[in-house]
Write a protein that binds this ligand. Structure first.
Ligand SMILES: *[C@@H]1O[C@H](CO)[C@@H](O)[C@H](O)[C@H]1NC(C)=O
Ligand SMILES: *[C@@H]1O[C@H](CO)[C@@H](O)[C@H](O)[C@H]1NC(C)=O
Ligand SMILES: *[C@@H]1O[C@H](CO)[C@@H](O)[C@H](O)[C@H]1NC(C)=O
Ligand SMILES: *[C@@H]1O[C@H](CO)[C@@H](O)[C@H](O)[C@H]1NC(C)=O
Ligand SMILES: *[C@@H]1O[C@H](CO)[C@@H](O)[C@H](O)[C@H]1NC(C)=O
Ligand SMILES: *[C@@H]1O[C@H](CO)[C@@H](O)[C@H](O)[C@H]1NC(C)=O
Length: 630
């Protein structure tokens, strides 16, 4: 019967598949018995746990790298050879909580390169807890042990969760305040002496904190108590630790009885307000949606090709014949159509990521004659150029702007005025901006050429220079010089040019890593920006370059100022800078960096009048680190 035959052939096919599969499996297995020599992870584990009682030693060598070691509450006793575990290159998590392991943790253990989470809580570990740099460890729980001191905690730069509770640690870990990524911090139940909050990372970033049952001194304000709860501070220190009432305590909720009528009135008002607000929101949302749809239509409805008479810049159509003026090459005959062609019609592919952030979109274009430029669409006014100036006045303003030449200012190369649209041409800076250099390049040992296909030699060089204090100082000084130049104003005019938005993404880096200030887009003297507010923002840049921390706001500035005021500036100097080879050089770096922090302190003075001028800042910075004679 054909039907039965088909079933039979199907069955035999299935059988073949199974046989093939099992063959694959056993060949895998055979291969696995061979790979012990390639991946000796099981051997490492065996060695590490050799003297640990009750450890289920692996009977067979496994082929796979060991990623997790989880033996919670497994009655483990004895002494673990921690340094062996450092050779487990794939080890991500280690959970040995609730056992009876003894002695200390060998510092070499923290070298395990992939380590993310370690939980050894509830053991009998003790002695000094010493760390070595671990770039990825984000969670560490050593609670309920017998550690007496903690050393080098700031080498765990990625740490987000730290639980040291229930040990006998006598002093707050040095460097704790540099763990700015920390979210969860439990130090309760130790004997820690230290200053609160001076010895702590910014409290704003912390979601959970417990310092109860210690010997801290300092002040806890009402806001902090509300955030973390009173029990987080119970018996946290001696009498000088007190609850500082900065605001009146919230009034107790009044009893409902006598005030019912009044409360009902309030309730009605609240309900009415809510209804009105919701209605307004719905209308607003409707408008936004309509606007959005209309915008979308503008963009998608007509696909104007840039070969035609008009090009679309942003959402505006402009004449493709508008001339592009390249100031230093007057003979270059370019039109907007050429710019459009070089940017695939101002397409997304050539758009640069959020460069500067303030002004309009920016595109990279390589123009005839190998002119590598950034084309920036201007939104609003530009220094010396009002938004509604006519074309001639605008062109004059741009020419004026282009005359601002200084090694630390990104020069304007050219412009294009097409109806209401204005485009500016700047030199393209291959090294990117300060933010990228400082925070986004892979650091030293983490450079892995195999993971990426791009040429890593340049990147490597740049990421090494990040660790170099003279380079960072040169950048600080360069930015100061550029800003001082802007504040002088156009020759003799006496009107300072205010930058108004001095942030790391607006500092571009030349091939020689010389900083170039870009995006000074505000009206001269207009808005709330003043030279003094530029000085303040410069102060923050100094903090960022010296500490290596990003994302500064009022709170973190206040924190840094507090640390510097207490003469502890050296403690917040970027760890990468402090790793230089030792001895005299390291002392020099620390001293110079701390002096630069002082400059940042002066620049961020709350009172505008107390801030120095950029001219003065340049002088001080030059004194801190005299230029090498050449
Ligand atoms: C795996 O090894 C065993 C002996 O070690 C052998 O009998 C078997 O045929 C091997 N399997 C394969 C697929 O090589
Ligand atoms: C495993 O090792 C044996 C000798 O030890 C060798 O003959 C065999 O080819 C190896 N198998 C594989 C899959 O490498
Ligand atoms: C733990 O280990 C000890 C010996 O090391 C043994 O006497 C005891 O029974 C073990 N307990 C459990 C729960 O396995
Ligand atoms: C770790 O591996 C390195 C090189 O493979 C070796 O020299 C070292 O002895 C190993 N360390 C331990 C503790 O096994
Ligand atoms: C802080 O720790 C103490 C002692 O371990 C505990 O009693 C208290 O509830 C904890 N508080 C918070 C907010 O976790
Ligand atoms: C609290 O302790 C700190 C040092 O541990 C000390 O300087 C301070 O005087 C003490 N305050 C009181 C009120 O005892």
């Amino acid at each position: 019967m054909p039907y039965r035959r088909r079933v039979r052939s199907l069955l035999s096919l299935l059988l073949q598949v199974i046989v093939a599969a099992s063959a694959t499996a056993s060949s895998l297995y055979n291969r696995s018995s061979n790979c012990t020599r390639l991946l000796p992870d099981a051997e490492i584990v065996r060695n590490a746990f050799l003297h640990v009682g009750n450890f289920p030693l692996p009977r067979r060598s496994a082929c796979h790298p060991v990623r997790r070691l989880r033996f919670p509450s497994s009655n483990l006793t004895g002494v673990l050879r921690w340094e062996e575990l450092a050779n487990l290159s794939s080890l991500l998590t280690l959970d040995l909580s609730g056992n009876s392991l003894q002695r200390d943790i060998h510092a070499a253990f923290w070298r395990a390169p992939s380590l993310r989470a370690v939980d050894v809580s509830g053991n009998r570990l003790g002695g000094a807890l010493r760390f070595e740099p671990s770039a990825r460890l984000s969670s560490l729980d050593v609670s309920g042990n017998r550690f007496i001191s903690v050393d080098g905690v700031d080498m765990l730069a990625a740490l987000e969760n730290l639980d040291l509770s229930g040990n006998t640690v006598a002093a707050v870990p040095e460097g704790l305040l540099r763990l700015t990524r920390i979210r969860r911090l439990d130090l309760s139940g130790n004997m820690m002496a230290g200053l609160f909050p001076d010895d702590f990372p910014p409290l704003d970033g912390i979601d959970f904190l417990n310092i109860s049952h210690n010997r801290f001194s300092g002040k806890v304000d009402a806001h902090t108590v509300r955030k973390f709860g009173l029990s987080a501070f119970s018996q946290a220190g001696n009498a000088s630790l007190f609850i500082e009432e900065t605001e009146p305590a919230p009034a107790p909720i009044p009893p409902t009885s006598g005030r019912k009528k009044h409360r009902r009135g309030v309730l009605i008002v609240v309900v009415v307000c809510t209804v009105v607000a919701v209605a307004a929101l719905v209308i607003f949302a409707g408008c936004v949606a309509c606007g959005f749809r209309r915008r979308k239509k503008d963009k998608d409805g007509k696909t104007v090709s840039w070969a035609e008479e008009e090009v679309v810049v942003g959402a505006v159509k402009v004449a493709a014949t508008a001339p592009v003026v390249v100031l230093e090459r007057p003979l270059m005959d370019l039109t907007l159509a050429d710019l459009a062609a070089a940017t695939s019609g101002f397409g997304r592919d050539s758009q640069l990521g959020d460069v500067g952030g303030r002004s309009g979109a920016a595109y990279r274009a390589v123009l005839p004659g190998d002119l590598d430029v950034v084309v920036r669409v201007v939104e609003g006014g530009v220094s010396g150029v009002e938004e509604d100036d006519d074309a001639a006045a605008t062109a004059a303003g741009f020419r004026e702007l282009a005359r601002l030449r200084h090694p630390n200012i990104l020069p304007l190369l050219g412009y294009c005025i097409a109806g209401k649209e204005k485009l500016l041409l700047y030199e393209y800076m291959e090294k990117g901006d300060l933010h990228r250099w400082l925070h986004e390049l892979p650091t030293g040992s983490m450079v892995d050429a195999q993971e990426t296909s791009i040429d890593m030699s340049d990147v490597k060089e740049d990421s090494q220079s990040v660790c170099d204090w003279p380079t960072r100082h040169r950048m600080i000084l360069g930015i100061a010089r550029g800003l001082a130049f802007l504040h002088q104003g156009w020759a003799g005019s006496g009107r300072p040019i205010v930058h108004g938005h001095l942030v790391p993404t607006n500092i571009l880096l030349g091939d020689d890593l010389e900083p170039r200030i870009s995006d000074f887009m505000h009206h001269v003297g207009g808005g709330n920006e003043t030279p003094e507010s530029d000085v303040y923002n410069f102060g923050i840049l100094v903090f960022e370059l010296v500490t290596g921390q990003s994302k500064w706001d009022e709170a973190t500035v206040a924190w840094a100022r507090g640390v510097i005021r207490n003469k502890k500036g050296e403690n917040i100097v970027d760890a990468m800078l402090r790793e230089v080879d030792a001895g005299a050089a390291r002392q020099e770096v620390k001293r110079e960096a701390a002096e630069c922090l002082q400059v940042g302190f002066l620049c961020t003075a709350p009172s505008q009048q107390k801030r120095p001028t950029m001219q003065q800042v340049v002088g001080v910075l030059k004194d801190i680190r005299p230029a090498p004679a050449d």
